[in-house]
Design a protein around this ligand. Structure first.
Ligand code: MG
Length: 298
């Protein structure tokens, strides 16, 4: 038990009894003990890592202690062998697969929805072959659907079991990504994504959090990750004001969110999805250092 958990448990006067009860006699909620201690596993999107080839990018990331690389989903089916060969004999793994599908899952147009389902399935197959934790999906960006919120949610709930089934068959997952309101009105908060996962109730359907979007939508990063808990299987990170490298905006702080990840025993990746004002060969290691320091403090 680390200091943070001790602090939480210290809040209850009946910590011993509370281990088996959801509430204490005083009404204080107890967080469940994570099954495993959380790990910080850094990842970087393929397009963010410096290097002229996949091998150079992997060399660079491994040199700086990264454990994951996040490819885009577009055309991934044709790159499976390339990735398998490049990853041979390395510790670094494919983390998540970032979208890259055609169509719109919650379009008002059935043909556009079916196109999305077919395209997502194709990428999920490739994601599974690469041992990926999951494929990231945005149900619709602003302007991509005419459906109102209720209809959009119902439509998504109808599509997800089929995608979840295909994902599980391929040993991977669908990862719903909440975005800020400037990019998507439907699905803005991590807990809302988790509620969709709860309603679908399928092991192939999960959620992720992106610190960049969370900056604008979440009142508390820690609460957001705790709410998602068992459904949370990927995290994106960027600077908090301009979506550059973590640390490039004054005051970049992720401690509350990282504390949330620790409390839920998070085992998946925290992946760089950002630009950089500087030379990535120096700004990426600096960002990794900052995230690791804040993880220690959280
Ligand atoms: Mg993202």
């Amino acid at each position: 038990m680390n200091m943070n958990r001790r602090h939480f448990f210290a809040l209850s006067a009946t910590a011993g009894a509370a281990a088996t009860l959801p509430h204490t006699a005083f009404g204080a909620v107890q967080l469940p003990q994570p099954a495993r201690e959380a790990r910080l596993r850094l990842s970087c999107q393929e397009g963010v890592a410096p290097g002229g080839s996949l091998a150079e990018k992997l060399d660079f990331l491994e040199q700086h202690g990264f454990e994951g690389i996040e490819p885009g989903g577009g055309g991934l089916g044709k790159r499976v062998e390339e990735f398998q060969k490049a990853l041979q004999g390395r510790k670094i793994k494919v983390s998540a697969i970032c979208a890259g599908f055609e169509g719109v899952p919650i379009s008002e147009n059935e043909e556009t929805r079916r196109k999305a389902v077919a395209s997502i399935k194709e990428i999920l197959t490739a994601a599974g072959a690469l041992g990926s934790t999951g494929m990231i999906i945005v149900p619709a960006f602003n302007g991509q659907t005419k459906l109102g919120h209720w209809e959009a949610r119902e439509t998504l709930l109808k599509i997800l079991p089929e995608l979840g089934e295909h994902a599980v068959k391929n040993n991977t997952r669908v990862l719903l990504e909440p975005l800020n309101r400037g990019e998507a009105h439907f699905l803005r908060q991590v807990a809302d994504g988790a509620a969709i996962c709860r309603d679908v109730n399928h092991p192939g359907i999960a959620v992720m959090g992106d610190f960049w979007h969370m900056t604008w939508e979440e009142p508390c990063d820690m609460a957001a990750f705790i709410a998602a808990a068992k459904y949370l299987h990927h995290v994106h990170i960027a600077s908090r004001k301009t979506r550059q490298m973590p640390g490039e905006d004054a005051g970049d702080n992720y401690e509350a969110g990282l504390k949330g990840l620790k409390l839920i025993g998070y085992q998946d990746f925290v992946s760089l999805e950002c630009g950089s004002k500087g030379d990535r060969k120096t700004t990426i290691p600096a960002a990794a250092k900052l995230i690791r320091e804040q993880w220690q403090k959280a």
